[in-house]
Design a protein around this ligand. Sequence first.
Ligand code: NAD
Length: 265
Amino acid sequence: MSGKVALITGAARGQGRNHAVRLAREGADIIAVDLCADLESIPYPLGTSADLAETARLVEQAGGRVVTAEVDVRDPDAMAAVVIDGVERLGRLNIAVANAGVCTVQRWDEVTPQVWDTVVGINLTGAWNTCVASIPHLAEAGGGSLILISSVAGLKGQPFFAPYVAAKHGMVGVMRMLANELAVHHIRVNSVHPTGVDTPMLVGLSGLTSRIEASPDVGSLFLNSLPIDVLEPDDVSDAVLHLASDESRFTTGLTLTVDAGSSAR
Ligand SMILES: NC(=O)c1ccc[n+]([C@@H]2O[C@H](COP(=O)([O-])OP(=O)(O)OC[C@H]3O[C@@H](n4cnc5c(N)ncnc54)[C@H](O)[C@@H]3O)[C@@H](O)[C@H]2O)c1
């Protein structure tokens, strides 16, 4: 990663912070973006300014330079401006990780228009905006790696997650078409599909247990095959590092599962 620059959205905490620190440890400089605000439609707290500052401290401690920005991935103009600024300050862009995401739990008939718009807007449109903001800079660098953090819910129709499942499946469509369209620029595009990961987002899924208990027939859809309940962020960072590095230089259009076998069930 030496001499490379990576954009990571949702970098204030959780998996995004971990990807930032792991990439910096390997020599990368980081453009770290997060909303740093709570949202009315999302029933758990999101990252904060203090969280993003802590990510910056950890990246610097790991030996990387860092540019931070408090931006909503749903805002295409702000995303474009952040990437232009980051590239001016750090020199180039080689890697972009569309990681920012939110999740809600409800039955299909409990999905309000506001929840649908928020979850699809952040997870799918936000990922698209991240790609659009990054692609010209990746092309200018002679190629690069776009990594979309989807989910097992991007491969399976997990119940009680309607807008999340729709958005995470949608990311696979974006990934596949961009892999075809951008190959000519030597830009590789892949998606990562984790099962449950131990981050603050899991707090937002606390309503899931009672729903599964009320519908035991669908409970097995949430089980991993390997005997583990949740992954650690490092497990996902290992996949992100692989896709970011030249070790995957001929890998594009891949849905890479880090799901303890969940999607194979
Ligand atoms: N934790 C899990 O079990 C799990 C499993 C599979 C996939 N994922 C996916 O992994 C990614 C990272 O999630 P996490 O587990 O680290 O959760 P997290 O809630 O800890 O981190 C998500 C970060 O995204 C930020 N964010 C939310 N909306 C934003 C917006 N509009 N603009 C910019 N930033 C925004 C939040 O402030 C937060 O810092 C997400 O895309 C999530 O859907 C998570």
